[in-house]
Design a protein around this ligand. Structure first.
Ligand code: HEC
Length: 107
């Protein structure tokens, strides 16, 4: 029983981390790294800052990617993200979720 449980826990952890990896790929391939670094604010807020603003609110972050949730991190600069969000429009829900997971993993 214990073994089965361990295997289940391990596979959940594996699935969660492979989602985050897929998200990281989206993040890099869409050029997000140009303005977002892991822990320091550059042109855009750090991933750490975004992750703490959206902690426990993955659904809100996915909604933000789709343009149906307002910016909460630095709304005065929200205009800078407009064209960036357009790059995400064609992505399926699963990829947006993976992207959100990746960002949220930077806490
Ligand atoms: C040209 C620079 C630039 C690029 C490229 C960029 N961002 Fe941003 N991003 C910003 C700035 C500036 C802000 C702060 C404005 C804001 O919070 O709305 C921001 C904010 C954000 C936020 C916080 C939104 C909120 O609720 O306030 C998220 C999430 C985000 N970016 C994700 C991304 C993703 C994903 C990509 C790649 C598709 C990306 N960014 C590419 C500049 C950029």
């Amino acid at each position: 029983m214990k073994k089965v449980l361990t295997a289940a826990v391990l596979s959940v952890a594996f699935v969660a981390s492979s989602f985050a990896n897929e998200g990281e790929q989206v993040f890099k391939s869409k050029g997000c790294t140009a303005c977002h670094k892991a822990t320091v604010d550059t042109v855009g807020p750090s991933l750490k800052k975004i992750a703490s603003a959206y902690a426990g609110k993955e659904g809100d972050l996915v909604a933000y990617f789709k343009g149906s949730h307002p910016a909460i991190v630095d709304p005065k600069k929200a205009i800078m993200m407009k064209s960036q969000l357009n790059k995400l429009k064609s992505l399926p829900e699963a990829k947006l979720k993976a992207l959100a997971d990746y960002i949220l993993s930077n806490k």
